[in-house]
Design a protein around this ligand. Structure first.
Ligand SMILES: NC(=O)c1ccc[n+]([C@@H]2O[C@H](COP(=O)([O-])OP(=O)(O)OC[C@H]3O[C@@H](n4cnc5c(N)ncnc54)[C@H](OP(=O)(O)O)[C@@H]3O)[C@@H](O)[C@H]2O)c1
Length: 321
């Protein structure tokens, strides 16, 4: 089968489309014929091995996993002896190791039936970013009906889901994005949109119950100033992670937490079938819909990664065809 292979850390130029052995499903695994995959900012970090802390988990000198990519949607090709929930021919979505390929094996618990109202491309887009948005809004922000929520970075992979999920939780949502994305963020249901090219959300005199920060464009003290006295600051990620640790803001927020009344929340998303089920139900009820920025073929994965690395996708970049 064809797959994108990464044998070293570096720029998108290190990625090669190669013929590799077909994976074989173990007893509790499903072999999926991948119809679409989605690109995540995490794929960009693993590609470059930066911040260097990534290498502690992914391989010190070179990536342990030859084929990158996480989120998939496709058709079940074969199942292992112990697989109970799927049969060949089923349409599925979920996550695996090695999504940028024609086929991948993954545990049956990493998959769910594909939402009937989504294409394979849309279903692949409901992966890591949507799981992160759900964790940020529901578990970390503990967003309740009627609360005011500011989402800084509302137009990207995580942000487009976070706006919709916060609206599904009946919050009053303000999205921060650049001029070209104002209409998109409004169309996702945001009650207010702040164009960061024209206005600084920390200077507008508004206070919010929850600030979900996907960018880290302002200092921690500026962010705290726009929170209500018992508001919650959720650090999802920062745009400029630096070369080494990449968690400076998270560390600062955690150190501050015991000394302030506002809640400081830091997390790393965990993929769970339960959460994917929640997202599937939200998708099927029309509560959320993935936003597709652009489509690339498997051969064009290096271009897709370059685009992701530039840091301005409008929703999700998908690989299909
Ligand atoms: N904690 C976790 O487990 C976890 C999991 C996944 C992701 N993350 C983190 O979450 C963050 C967002 O990820 P993502 O996948 O959504 O990234 P993304 O798809 O690359 O989107 C980034 C977005 O940030 C916006 N942006 C850039 N500068 C901005 C500014 N100054 N103010 C407001 N918006 C700005 C861009 O919009 P414009 O084009 O309008 O500038 C773009 O839409 C990243 O830092 C990532 O590392 C964390």
């Amino acid at each position: 089968m064809k797959a994108i292979v990464q044998t070293k850390y570096g720029s998108p130029d290190v990625l090669r489309l190669e013929n590799v052995d077909m994976p074989v499903a173990k007893d509790d695994e499903v072999l999926v014929a991948i119809r679409a995959a989605a690109v995540n900012i995490g794929d960009w970090h693993v590609l470059r091995g930066v911040p260097y802390v990534v290498r502690a988990a992914m391989g010190l000198r070179k990536p342990r996993r030859a084929v990158p990519g996480l989120d998939i949607a496709g058709k079940v090709e074969a199942v292992g002896a112990n697989v109970k929930q799927f049969r060949p021919g089923d349409d599925v979505f979920g996550w695996c190791n090695g999504a940028f390929a024609e086929y991948a094996c993954t545990a049956e618990d990493n998959l769910l039936p594909k939402p009937a109202n989504l294409t394979f491309e849309q279903a692949a887009a409901v992966g890591d970013s949507a799981l992160t948005a759900l964790a940020a809004v529901r578990d970390q922000g503990k967003v309740q009906s009627g609360q005011t929520v500011l989402i800084n970075g509302a137009s990207g992979g995580v942000g487009t889901f976070a706006v919709q999920i916060a609206k599904a939780f009946k919050a009053n949502v303000t999205g921060v994005c650049s001029t070209k994305n104002v209409e998109l963020v409004r169309s996702l249901g945001a009650d207010q949109v702040i164009d960061y090219k024209k206005e600084d959300f920390t200077q507008a005199g508004q206070r919010y119950d929850v600030l979900i920060d996907l960018v880290g464009s302002h200092s921690l003290s500026d962010c705290r100033r726009v929170l209500s006295p018992r508001g919650t600051y959720v650090v999802v990620g920062v745009k400029d992670m630096g070369r080494w640790f990449g968690m400076g803001r998270q560390a600062k927020a955690l150190l501050l937490a015991p000394f302030v009344r506002q809640r400081m929340r830091v997390f790393v998303v965990k993929h769970s079938r339960e959460d994917l089920t929640v997202l599937k139900e939200l998708v099927e009820s029309g509560g959320i819909a993935p936003v597709i920025d652009s489509r690339f073929t498997l051969e064009e994965v290096p271009d897709a990664m370059r685009h992701q690395g530039e840091g301005h996708p409008q929703g999700k970049i998908v690989i299909a065809g």
